[in-house]
Structures are given as C-alpha cells and as structure tokens.
Unconditional design. Structure first.
Length: 596
C-alpha cells in the first residue's frame, strides 16, 4: 500500500466514524402521552428562536425611492449578457448598467495561446454616473433592456446594440455601434425627459484597468506600457514608462485617452472633449498585471445627449491613424529625426509585402534589399570617397613624417593637400551618415511591430521577442541568461565587415580598434531585443558587405589615382574658398592661443 492509498484509507475511515457519531439516527422511542397542562407548561418555558427581520416589500420600495427617486424602478431586474461582435472583436455587455464585461480580439492570442481578452470584468471597471436631486446615480446600478439589430451604414455591415432604461418619467438610451473590419465602438447616450430629476450638464465617467499581461516578457511589457492622452489643443503627452506611481490633474480639456501596452491599446475618444480629467498609473507587485491605469473625467451633455468612442485593438500605425487626430501616437515610431522613415517608408513597405508573402523572415529580407537598393548611390559614393583617401595615403604619410610633432601645422597642410587633390575627408563618411536614420528607425520599429508578434522564422518562435537559442544556467551582467543566435550572427558579420572596411580606409590607432569594440557592445545591448531587429541588422551587414565587394570589382585604384592627379593639375592656381580660408585662419588662431 503506497502513501496515497494509506492517506485515502485513513480519511475514508475518519468520515465513516464522524458520520456514525453525529449523523446516524438513534433508536426510535415511542412518545409519552402529555396532558394539556404539561404541553402548555412546556410551551411556556421553551426558549424563543431568534428570527431575521424581513422588511415588507413596501418598505424596501420606499427606501429605493428615497435613494433613486424616479429611477427606483430601474434598479430591479435580471442581469443578462449581450454580445456585440464583428470579424475583429467580440464585446460582451451586461444589461445591468450597460457595462462592457469583456473584449476579445479575435485575430490574436495571449502569450500562452489563449483567446486574447484585452479587458474582462475582473481587470476593468467602467462607470458612468449622473448628478441628481437624490445625489450621484451610477448607471451601473440600473437595469437596461437590450435590442441588437443589423444594418448597413455607408455600405458597411454594422451591428447596433441599443440598451434602454425607461420609466413613466423618462428614459436613458445607450447605443453601441460596431462596423465590420473595425476595432472602434461608437457610443451615444441620450437622456429623455426626467424633468427635475438630474442636475448639472455633464455625465461623469471613471475607468480603472488592471492591464493584463499579454506577453511572456513582463519587464519588456512594463517598459512599453503607459497612459497616453491628447489635449484639445492638439498636444500629445503621457505619464511616462517608469515603474513609479504617477498621477496628474489636467488643466486642459482632453480629446482622447489611451491605455497603451506594448502591442495593444484600449482607448476612449471624445466626440467633443473630456473635462476635469484626472489620470493615474502604477506598477503592482502582481506579475499577472502589467500596470494599473485609471482615468476620470466629465463628458459635457448637449440637450441631454453625449457621444464618444472606444478603441480596442492592435497598435498598428495606419489603423490607429484612422481613429482620430494624434491617436497613432499610441505606437512609438521613434524620435522626430527617424520617425519619418517608419511612418512614410517602412510601414508602407510592410503593408505592401504582406499582400504577397506570409513569412515575415522573408519580408524582413526583402525590406533590407529594397532599402539597400534605394541607398546604393550613397553606398557607391562612400566607397569612392574612401578609395580616394586610400590612394593619397602616401602623401598623408609624408606630411605626418614632416609635421607629426605640430598638430596644427599638420592639419593646415592636410587641408591644403585635400584642396589641391580635389579630395574631401568627409566624402566617405557623409553618405554613411545619411543612411543612419534608416538603421536607427529599425531600432524603434521592430520592438513595437505587432505584425511580428508570434510570427516564427527558422529557430525563432516569435520575431517580436529574443530568440533563446541557448538557455544559460547563470546570468551574465548586462547580457542576460540566454544566447540570441541572431544577435551573435549580427555581431560576427559586423566584425567581418569592419575588418574588410579597414582595408579600404586610412584609419589607424584607437579609431581602428573602436570598429571592433562597437559590435561587441551591441551584442550585449541587443541580446534581449526582438529577434526581428537582430535578423534585420545581420541581413543588412551581409548585403552591405556584398555591395562593397561588388563595387570593388568595378573600381580601379589606378584610375582613381589618375583622376586625383588631374585634379591636382587643375587646382595648382586655384584660390582658396572662403570656407577654407576661414578654417585655416581659425586653426592659426587656435595654435597662436595655445602657444601663449
């Protein structure tokens, strides 16, 4: 008999024993005949059993009327669930309060491959309330009748859910409209009659959302989850991405508020504006919750009517841009000097290639090839610039031997030499600098690209997170406890490219070694970044290496030297440009000050 069987037997015996002691019936004893006097006496001395006071229905109704007034009858009913859905989202409403209980995004799964519930009744609470002569009335306490209809608006199939609460004194009607292919739910609220019941000209709204962890990497999710808002003055702001608790009372009206996480946003958009807005966010200890966000504000009523919209969907730039002004800012496209690359080039390239390819690894390769082809004239100019510097290296070495101890004189003579030979020292670097926005743009695009979420390629199960090729039994500081193979390949390719590039340039000393140090530094930085980003950089390095190898086949150093000599002859009597003269004067002044 094993341990589990013995435990089961003991528990079984204990149950039998307890039952026999307390629940088994005792032998039946015939009742003794009692005289009326005895019965009466026994009745008199029997202890009184305490009773629970049940209020009469009339008293309950009176209390309800005292609290809710003309709305009292609406606080009684049965709760039912009603589903409003299209091909993108499934939204469950409760007839009690016309509350949103759950939002399912049909095209997506959570990190553990469960249906992705962006909101549910445990994580999210919304409440609309109205000021009345009896005090604040929460609509969540009222029962509504539901009516779901289908219609066609502007040629698009649309579902309309009407939730109405009516009494003899008036009615409250809430309509929710959801069109096919949309993540946006439009809501209208109308209060009819109820003269003298409600006070004020606004409806108050509160929303708290315990943002659920939809991704496996909690730290990265928290890093990219924040509360965003857009002021009526067309100014965007947010509460930041730190772990500290933040709270702010906004002094300006607000157009929209977004609870934005790494790949998804739950947002609310005003038809006009939101007033008296207060927003807050905090980071809980609970690892199943990314952030706790909340917003409260007043929605102006015009003739008893108000309108707003909800957005429940992915952080796709073009999808968000269609919602309302500035709503696309819920997805980070990078700083202003690189964001234009993502907004106007990369996003459109992705959308175009998605029509023909469903493998995102192939799409990344094609994007590299397209961008490299477009930038190939700059690559060619950069190579020619470095080749010119290489062929005049003997002259530069002579200057170093002659003026090596005098840095200022050396610089002056170098500038003079460059002018005579028609060579620019930055001709090889400038084209490379012009390509930098594209490299930096990808650093922002890939970590936020919902298109790559849960998309696999080769050994990477998910291109939106790091590819854990080897799991280490320990953690390396600044590196992590895993090895990303795509990052490793990127590092090796960058070192090979640097070695090849050093053969083409005149760079020496510490700057030459820096080219080998930088790839190793990036290996530490990018090891925990999305596999798609490391793969892009790896492919980019390979293509660049191939481009330069191809250019080298068609570029003859002897011909370049001949062109340099031609320029030397032409520039013998050439006057210095104003810029060259100013630069030379500045160097002389600096040298003079140094000697004083």
């Amino acid at each position: 008999m094993d341990k589990n069987q013995a435990t089961g037997l003991i528990l079984f015996a204990a149950v039998i024993l307890i039952y026999s002691l307390f629940f088994a019936s005792s032998p039946e004893i015939p009742p003794l005949e009692q005289t009326p006097q005895e019965t009466e006496a026994q009745t008199l001395v029997s202890p009184k059993v305490p009773t629970i006071e049940v209020l009469p229905d009339s008293l309950v109704d009176a209390q309800r009327i005292s609290k809710y007034g003309a709305l009292a009858s609406l606080t009684v009913g049965e709760e039912e669930n009603v589903i409003l859905e299209n091909d993108k989202v499934k939204i469950t409403f409760s007839t009690k309060g016309a509350q949103i209980k759950e939002v399912i995004l049909k095209e997506f799964k959570s990190w553990n491959m469960e249906p992705l519930a962006l909101l549910d009744e445990k994580s999210s609470t919304m409440n609309f309330s109205l000021e009345s002569t009896k005090g604040p009335i929460a609509l969540s306490e009222l029962y509504f009748n539901s009516n779901l209809t289908g219609e066609e608006l502007d040629g698009v199939k649309t579902q309309v859910l009407t939730l109405s609460a009516k009494t003899e004194s008036g009615s409250i009607i809430q309509k929710f409209t959801l069109s096919d292919g949309s993540f946006e739910v439009k809501k209208s609220l109308e209060i009819e009659r109820f003269q003298g019941v409600f006070s004020g000209n606004a409806i108050n709204f509160t929303w708290e959302d315990k943002v659920k962890a939809q991704e496996k990497d909690l730290s990265e999710s928290r890093r990219q989850t924040q509360l965003n808002y857009y002021l009526a003055s067309e100014s965007y702001d947010n509460l930041g991405v730190g772990n500290d608790s933040e709270e702010e009372q906004l002094t300006e009206p607000v157009k929209w508020i977004g609870f934005s996480q790494r790949f998804f946003t739950a947002g609310i958009i005003a038809d006009s504006v939101f007033q008296n807005v207060k927003v807050a966010q905090s980071t809980p200890a609970d690892s199943s919750i990314v952030r706790i966000m909340s917003a409260s504000f007043a929605i102006p009523l015009q003739n008893g009517k108000a309108g707003l919209s909800f957005y429940f969907g992915p952080d796709k730039y073009k999808t968000l841009k269609k919602v309302t002004d500035g709503f696309e800012k819920n997805v980070d496209m990078g700083y202003f000097f690189v964001s234009w690359v993502n907004k106007y080039i990369v996003v459109h390239l992705f959308e175009f290639l998605e029509k023909y390819f469903n493998n995102y690894g192939i799409i990344i390769i094609l994007i590299v090839l397209i961008i490299k082809l477009a930038l190939s004239p700059l690559t060619y100019k950069s190579y020619i610039g470095m080749a010119k510097m290489r062929v005049i290296k003997p002259e530069i070495d002579e200057l170093k031997a002659k003026y090596g101890d005098d840095a200022t004189k050396m610089q002056q003579e170098q500038m003079k030499l460059f002018s005579q030979l028609g060579v620019s020292p930055i001709s090889g670097c400038l084209p490379l600098l012009l390509q930098m926005p594209f490299l930096f743009a990808m650093f922002f695009f890939f970590p936020n690209a919902v298109e790559l979420r849960q998309e696999s390629f080769l050994w990477a199960n998910d291109l939106s997170t790091f590819d854990e090729f080897i799991k280490l039994p320990f953690t390396i500081p600044f590196y992590g406890s895993h090895v990303s193979l795509f990052t490793l390949l990127m590092t090796v390719s960058q070192i090979v490219y640097t070695h090849f590039n050093n053969q083409l340039t005149t760079v020496t000393g510490p700057m030459k070694n820096l080219g080998y140090i930088m790839p190793v530094m990036f290996m530490f930085i990018l090891n925990s970044y999305p596999a798609g980003l490391s793969f892009y950089y790896f492919v980019s390095n390979v293509v660049t290496f191939g481009q330069q190898a191809l250019i080298k086949l068609f570029v003859d150093d002897a011909k370049i030297r001949a062109k340099v000599e031609e320029s030397k002859v032409k520039n013998v009597n050439k006057k210095k440009s104003k810029f060259q003269q100013k630069l030379e004067d500045a160097m002389k002044a600096a040298d003079s000050n140094r000697k004083k």
